[in-house]
Every structure is written in C-alpha cells, then in structure tokens.
Design a protein. Structure first.
Length: 280
C-alpha cells in the first residue's frame, strides 16, 4: 500500500525538512523528495532503485531484487536517537524477498550527515555472493542550477577546486580512485556535499562495472526502479557525454556488499556511502 509523509526535524528547531513516499508499482522502497538542510535545498529526490545479486560459480541467479510496497513487511518506521555529539533521525523500511531480509535505512544527522544504508541477511543459495546496491541521488545543492560533480585524486594538481579535485564536466561512469571521495557543489558558493565510500562498500567487478555515474538530469530517466535487469544495470543508457558543468545533475552510487556463505543467513551485513555537508 502506498504511504507518504512530511518530516520537519527536530520539531523544536528543525534542521531537516523533506517529503517521503512509498508508491505502489515502484521498486525503490522509500523515495525522498525536496530535502532541505537548515533551510537550503540539498536533494530534489533520492532513493534506492536497484539491487542486483551475483552468486559465485553459477550457484544461482543472478537476480534483481525490487524493494517495493508489495514485499515491505511493516509500515515505514520513523524514530530518533542521540549520540554524544549529535542527534539523528531514522527513516526505514523492512522487506523480505525469498530468503533475504533487507532493511533500507536512511539516517539524517543533526550535523548534516546523511547515511543511506542497506542491511542484508539471509542466504538464497549456499555460495558466496554480492549485493550490488544502487542509490540514485538527484542533487539540488542550493537549487538545481549551477551544480558540479568533483572526483578526488591523490595529486597536488589543482583544477580550481583545491588540490586533487577534478571537475567532472561531462556525464561519465567511473570506478573509485585515490581516497574514494566525490563531491557535489554549488559553483561559486563554497557549499556542497562530500560523498565518501562506506567501509563495507566493496569494489566493482565484471558483473557490476561502476562505482559512480554522473548524469545530467532528465525527468523521464527517473524510472522509480524500472531501469536495469538482473544481468545489466543499463545505466549506460543515461550516460551520453552530456555537459554536467553547472547543470542539474544526478549521481548513481553503487556499493558491492560481499556475503560469504560460511557466515550463514543470520548475520546482518551493511553497506552505504557517507554524505557530509559543507558550507551550509
């Protein structure tokens, strides 16, 4: 069943404001829209529209696992917590697909960090496998216009954005390099978000060949989980070399969550990037 809501948190002095929805017929679990931090826009839309599962040795699959309202086991949960140096809000959905148990969790911290996370447990076949997990971030840093993606390399060369920061001025698919760090900025403002690889996000391989893709925004390309299949993510369909310098841009971030069969099906594994604001 479709569900939705509006969040303004914390209620006494909001720093995060957004709309969330789970829509029947789409397979992206929770989609977040019009995300603002401290009154300044961060994202037009964000979701987890694709998970592709690859088993070693032809033991089973491959699969494309849809996170949908149809396999969601309980209503979307929203709750808050605290750590010594910050508070946080959690928005999550819980899904069961075959023998997999999947927790789609988004954490919004009071210090401006966003943690999109996928927790996975269960074993469909008795073999090692990877859950290739694709998040889609439609960035609107302080609005849709004049955004730019940067990729960090371990070099002292400066392209105008600080040592090692390479402006990615055209659409591309890429693997991580250097310290596995990206950024999306609002040009001329010093404002943006860092995107760091999570500690369990693994590496691309022959089955899932990219870690990050940058594309120009086109509304019809937001397919709500319909892009790709078990054998091909088909993101290449949206990477055509278009200009992304000072444009409205979309980032696909892919984690490659490894699960060893000897761990069994009861141990939970987690992956996901770390999104850190600066200049807000």
């Amino acid at each position: 069943m479709s569900s939705s809501g509006t969040v303004s948190w914390p209620p006494e002095a909001p720093v995060w404001r957004f709309y969330w929805e789970v829509v029947d017929g789409k397979s992206e679990a929770i989609a977040f829209r019009d995300v603002f931090y401290k009154g300044i826009k961060v994202l037009h839309r964000a979701s987890l529209p694709m998970i592709r599962v690859q088993y070693d040795g032809g033991a089973g699959g491959p699969y494309k696992d849809p996170l949908s309202s149809g396999n969601m086991q309980r209503p979307v949960a929203i709750y808050e917590g605290s750590a010594p140096d910050h508070r946080f809000l959690v928005v999550e959905s819980y899904h069961v697909i075959g023998r997999y148990r999947l927790l789609n969790r988004w954490i919004f911290r009071s210090d401006g960090i966003i943690l999109p996370q996928l927790y996975s447990a269960g074993l469909q076949h008795p073999a090692n496998h990877r859950h290739h997990t694709y998040w889609r971030f439609d960035w609107d840093i302080d609005g849709a216009a004049n955004n730019l993606a940067l990729q960090h390399a371990l070099t002292s060369q400066d392209w105008g954005y600080g040592p090692g920061w390479i402006p990615r001025k055209n659409e591309l698919s890429s693997i991580h390099i250097g310290d596995n760090r990206w950024a999306v900025i609002k040009k001329g403002t010093g404002r943006g978000f860092l995107i760091d690889k999570g500690p369990f996000d693994g590496a691309s391989d022959w089955f899932s060949r990219l870690d990050v893709a940058i594309t120009a925004y086109h509304g019809p390309e937001d397919l709500g989980g319909a892009l790709g299949n078990a054998n091909d993510d088909e993101i290449w369909r949206h990477v055509n070399g278009e200009n992304t310098d000072g444009q409205d841009i979309v980032m696909w971030y892919v984690a490659h969550l490894y699960h060893e069969a000897h761990d069994g099906g009861d141990e939970w594994h987690v992956c996901g990037p770390i999104l850190r604001q600066f200049g807000y």
